[in-house]
Design a protein around this ligand. Sequence first.
Ligand code: NAP
Length: 279
Amino acid sequence: MSSAPTRYAVIGNPVAHSKSPWIHARFAQQTGQDLTYEAICAPVDDFAAQVAGFFAAGGGGLNVTVPFKLQAFELARAHLSPRAMAAGAVNTLWMADGRLHGCNTDGVGLIADLRRLGARLAGARVLLAGAGGAARGILLPLIEAGCARIDIANRTAARAEELAAAFPAGQATLRGSGYADLPASGGWDLVINATASSLDDQAPPLPAGAYAPGAMAYDLMYAARPTAFLRQAVADGASATADGLGMLVGQAAESFHIWRGVRPDPAPVLAALRQLLSS
Ligand code: NAP
């Protein structure tokens, strides 16, 4: 007797635009895993009940997106991974031994994509624009990857200062400020846009000379065409540019691995998704 495939989903509101069902269907096909993956639009005031109902019905795992990542963190508070604790938000939920567990795979996805792109992280000087949820989620992985210096700049300077103070810097030097108070010397090896400014086709107000020779600009947002941040980066002398599509596929691959114990190859899925996005 064959059993029904295990059910997975991304839960958010809105969620219809999510690429996760497309990505996970390809991961399942590639690895021969028997599963389904759908999008669940949860009422904003009913997240906890929706999660409980999903797992009570035998669901295998959930990806969590806007606006529920903080609520997911609270729900899984007793069993959070170190990555989720550092990020203060959860994008991956699953049950183990009857208990809800949470992780945040965004940072792993970013680091995997930066490595794929050949970015040198050990000893790198990094400018991180933005101090919201995404910036918080990628900060610890950047520190762990051996970055030497991370300057965090944000429109609301206090949020950047709080973020810099909240993390154990390890070998790295961490500093938070507004854009106007960034060190004049500039010359970062990697500039990451973790702001939502690209949604308005705007670039954050970075100082002139931000890009050191050979530097890379990385926008967490992805689009069919280069974002305002990436266009500005080229004009300001960045040697390489990339958007966050690879990070999206990378974080999905990490969630898949947590749930299924199998690591999919993100490269062909990213290539196909890029083609889909630009067609
Ligand atoms: P968030 O928590 O709402 O934070 C938004 C950040 O953007 C804040 O630092 C905010 O500054 C800043 N900001 C907003 N509009 C701005 C503008 N016009 N100029 C300068 N700064 C501006 O959002 P988030 O969750 O961190 O997401 C940020 C971006 O990352 C989004 O574009 C999202 O799509 C992307 N993202 C991508 C992935 C991926 O897998 N590729 C994963 C996660 C997030 P204030 O503090 O001053 O308001």
